[in-house]
Design a binder for this molecule. Structure first.
Ligand SMILES: Cc1cc2nc3c(=O)[nH]c(=O)nc-3n(C[C@H](O)[C@H](O)[C@H](O)COP(=O)(O)OP(=O)(O)OC[C@H]3O[C@@H](n4cnc5c(N)ncnc54)[C@H](O)[C@@H]3O)c2cc1C
Length: 388
């Protein structure tokens, strides 16, 4: 049975909600986290585990750089392991267009003082044994890395509980009670919880949740898929991006790789959007065999889908609202795992001080003030028959 009250109620036990809850608890706040399912049961426990400085989204760089620094000591900070490996992230080009994109990203990195170096095909083959001979070049970010997603969500959750934070799983939020301009309590399937502050970190359901408070937050859900092979040798510790894929080799040797396409879907407030796999996995497996011919015989032992939260401009929305004035919207626009330590820091600072020490300009909700309820249709971001 949930507590009757808390300083802060966080809705969603994914990485965004759990990290926010952890940093708030560390600052002495009495925090309750509620989730309709289990810790990391959605995208946060199903993703590729990639951590990077996100030069593909310049407005996200301050958060991503801060996150990369926080990741370096996160196991120590949380007191529980995440299997974070910081041996760098290599982006390889297999087409002339990829090469042009790499050079553009190198320029962005240089402008922002991010360590990134162009590498020759021969160096790439030394860094990633068994990689295709077709690479034209690569861009290496020494600060990038990868972590174990399941361990990470659990680490945040245990660290929160170590600080006295409470976590209620299988507890769905069904309503937000508003008096004057504040949310006074969060209504759940197990009862109401009075709150001074509410953090809505519900992933693809973030928009539906905000609607309960009469606030429009444009977030579209999209299915993304990922696969794991049996362990392969030789090993490489570097996170790898190329041939339309991203991924890494887990500590136990499994290749874990995912990639597009995004498939627009719908979610509701109460059910789990994760579904079994589609033939898209065959397409990912083919691209992986092209990228790493040396591992082409590795059996695919597992594959799964997750649903990402996508804002119209592909950037997170992190904001403490004007109305309701004690409601914080947190949604990561599919960048959430890597930036999660910074997300928690930003949210705790917004709650405690009303502003963040990390530059989050460009991540506010008001940039979508002109977006009506039909924005998805206008963009064509609506579910359609699958094509492979
Ligand atoms: C296949 C895949 C690969 C990805 N790869 C990467 C990657 O390599 N690197 C990276 O940085 N990001 C990656 N992402 C994106 C990343 O996983 C997400 O951005 C991130 O996990 C979002 O975290 P979150 O906590 O905001 O949302 P979620 O993980 O979706 O968590 C939201 C939680 O809210 C709960 N909830 C929803 N509605 C309610 C309700 N009414 N009541 C109570 N609880 C509710 C849900 O049950 C859920 O647990 C990937 C995503 C997928 C699916």
């Amino acid at each position: 049975m949930p507590a009757e009250s808390a300083d802060v109620v966080v809705i969603g036990a994914g990485v965004s909600g759990l990290s926010s809850a952890y940093f708030l608890a560390r600052a002495g706040r009495d925090v309750v986290v509620v989730d309709k399912g289990i810790v990391g049961g959605e995208a946060s426990g199903r993703n590729g585990g990639m951590v990077s400085e996100r030069v593909d989204e310049p407005l996200l760089i301050p958060m991503a750089v801060e996150a990369t620094e926080l990741w370096a000591t996160l196991d120590e900070e949380l007191g529980h392991p995440t299997e974070f490996v910081q041996e760098g992230r290599l982006q390889v080009a297999v087409t002339e267009k990829d090469m042009g994109d790499l050079l553009a990203e190198r320029d962005v990195a240089m402008r922002h003082g991010i360590d990134a170096a162009l590498v020759e095909p021969s160096e790439i083959r030394d860094m990633i044994p068994g990689i295709t001979e077709r690479t034209l070049g690569g861009l290496f970010f020494p600060n990038g890395g990868h972590a174990n997603t399941q361990l990470t969500v659990q680490a945040y959750a245990w660290a929160l509980q170590d600080l006295g934070g409470r976590l209620y799983q299988n507890t769905t939020v069904t309503g937000l009670r508003i008096v004057d301009d504040r949310v006074t309590s969060v209504e759940t399937t197990a009862g109401a919880i009075a709150a001074d502050v509410v953090v809505g970190a519900a992933g693809p359901q973030t928009g539906l949740l905000a609607e309960l408070a009469g606030v429009h937050v444009p977030v579209a859900p999209a299915r993304v898929e990922i696969l794991a092979t049996a362990p392969v040798e030789p090993r490489f510790p570097i996170a790898l991006v190329g041939n339309g894929l991203y991924g890494h080799q887990a500590v136990r040797g499994n290749l874990i790789f995912g990639g597009g396409a995004h498939e627009w879907t719908d979610v509701d407030l109460t059910t789990s959007p994760g579904k079994p796999n589609t033939p898209l996995i065959r397409n990912i497996a083919r691209r992986l065999a092209e990228l790493l011919p040396g591992a082409a015989d590795a059996p695919v032992i597992r594959s799964w889908a997750g649903v990402v939260e996508q804002a119209p401009d592909y950037r997170p929305i992190i904001d403490i609202l004007d109305y309701p004035s004690n409601y914080v919207v947190v949604t990561a626009s599919a960048h959430g795992f890597g930036i999660s330590p910074a997300t928690g820091k930003v949210v705790s600072e917004l709650v405690l001080h009303g502003e963040s020490s990390i530059d989050i300009r460009g991540l506010g909700l008001n940039r979508f003030a002109d977006y009506g309820p039909d924005w998805r249709e206008k963009r064509g971001w609506i579910p359609s028959p699958l094509r492979y």
